[in-house]
Design a protein around this ligand. Sequence first.
Ligand code: ZN
Length: 278
Amino acid sequence: MASDEELSDDEDVEAWLNPLKLPTKEQLMCKSTGKQLLFLLQLYAPLDDDHPNQTTAFHRAILLFVTPKGSAVCKPGGVRALRCQLPRRNALYPYHAPGDTDLLPPAVQLVVEAEERDSPEAEAAMSKLMMAYKDKVGQEGELSEEELPEEVLQQVEEAVPLEQRHFAMFQARMALAPDQVVRYCFQPGAHPLWPRPEPQPSTADIPACPLCGEPRQFEFQVLPQLLNHLGQDDLDEDALDWGTLAVYSCSASCSTEALEAQTGSAYAEEFVWAQPSA
Ligand SMILES: [Zn+2]
């Protein structure tokens, strides 16, 4: 299905954490169109020191691939996430690396800092924003429902349609870090910020890890701001577009050895929920 114009397996990705056991052709195919996926981004995301599998995932990367066809982005399999990890002692990288982030060339790495959950600064900034939004109720209806005092929430609910409230909340959170393209929080109980109330996955929509059976948990979301960095033609009707791409990965970050033995790929597929922008 791949034509000459399309990108070859490795043309787009300059560094694979495990270059010896690359993803299979099927793993890099859009399930909706059958076309070869394009590399979107790679996160170097080692586990926290206190994670039980930290030793087997000392090096860890999540790669995100996206369909070349804009209209297929939010269809199942239009965006696919692959997880690759290595123990600290491995054949590819020195035990004492000069620095974890030096492993991958800057062009493809995106090292993210986990967003502080419940940080007092963020909450203070948030409530300031919310109070500012509150003043706009009558005028523009730009309000958020998250982290608002009960009484304000009630006013908002009376004044603003649900869809607008969600989007305004999303915008307000994003206003705290306008250059942010990825929101990362691989913690139990963390959840994505949705620009729109629907469609969101229920717990049942997020399949457990097929390798180990453990539930998947939210790890990060790609924000629509990234679209501005892709150099797309604004007039292209089939340009890539999304509201957000939420990536859920195996909570155990389990070993990929069985997969490697079976398929030759050291890249375990994780789950992506793509919410359209409109
Ligand atoms: Zn697993």
